[in-house]
Design a protein around this ligand. Structure first.
Ligand code: B1M
Length: 214
């Protein structure tokens, strides 16, 4: 079977086609990891590029993520532990007091699409909850989101708490969400900021790749 076919189902957001192609590929003995690495991830890479170039908007991205998720739901239980555990682990969530988790769930999906092992912790996480998740997941990266001007201060609280508990040098911390700016990210000592999920995922992947190669 042609793996580029499933990539195009992801790019075009064809949820049912992605699912049935995946079922058929498994029946034909194609390895789950091959489907993920040579079919789904390349498809999601294209979606990320299109989103960054403003060829795609939210609806296209959501439906692509849904197609990827449907296929991943079939594959995840079949991946071996070694295949499942990516070399890059990330925790994604929204800060304390903030219930807006749609944007950060997109960041999580884009990172999963880029091959990351993602722990999505949802909304309203205290600094200690986020850092506990980082610890438990043994993550190299924490992505925080906030959508309210009243909650972005909790990003600073989380970074300060990471310093206090001597975790700051072990975790790269990225921030995003509508009220966040590059200036704010610099001010609170975050490692990076991007205004959309696609470019955030790309930045994080590039940063980690360059660290590994360095
Ligand atoms: Co609320 N809300 N909301 N809301 N809500 C906004 C944010 C608001 C702008 C609406 C408005 O007034 N125009 C306003 C905030 C004003 C402000 O602070 N400046 C607002 C308000 C006031 C409130 C309440 C206070 C309303 C009330 O109760 N009086 C309340 C607060 C609750 C709380 O959080 N404590 C509230 C509640 C809610 C719901 C729960 C009903 C719901 C959230 C449901 C959920 O997320 N599960 C909700 C929603 C849906 C919205 C709007 C309509 C949509 C947000 C959204 O999901 N956008 C929003 C208005 C708007 O944005 N048009 C609004 C789509 C999403 C994909 O975009 O999250 O920006 P976004 O994510 C983008 C980027 O920002 C970036 O990538 C994403 C995709 O490219 N990004 C990251 C996000 N996180 C990132 C992290 C990264 C990198 C990039 O890490 C590296």
């Amino acid at each position: 079977m042609d793996l580029s076919e499933v990539s195009s189902y992801i790019i075009e957001g064809k949820v049912d086609e992605a699912e049935s192609w995946t079922r058929k590929a498994l029946d034909e003995g194609i390895k789950p990891a091959v489907i993920v690495n040579q079919g789904l991830i390349p498809g999601m890479d294209v979606v990320g590029e299109k989103f960054e170039n403003r060829e795609y908007y939210m609806p296209e991205m959501l439906v692509a993520a849904k197609a990827m998720k449907r296929s991943m739901d079939l594959l995840r239980p079949l991946l071996t532990e070694a295949e499942r555990s990516s070399e890059y682990r990330v925790v994604c969530g929204t800060v304390q007091g903030d219930l807006h988790d749609i944007g950060v769930s997109l960041v999580a999906m884009m990172l999963e699409g880029a091959g990351f092992d993602v722990k999505f912790v949802g909304a309203d996480n205290t600094p200690d909850m986020l850092l506990k998740a980082v610890e438990e997941h043994d993550a190299q990266v924490l992505c925080m989101s906030a959508l309210l001007t009243t909650t972005i201060k909790n990003m600073r609280e989380t970074i300060d708490r990471a310093t206090e508990v001597e975790m700051r040098d072990r975790v790269l911390i990225y921030v995003g969400g509508a009220p966040v700016t590059q200036e704010f990210a610099d001010e609170i000592g975050a490692d990076g900021y991007k205004r959309d999920a696609g470019s955030a995922a790309r930045m994080i992947k590039e940063d980690l790749d360059s660290k590994v190669k360095a």
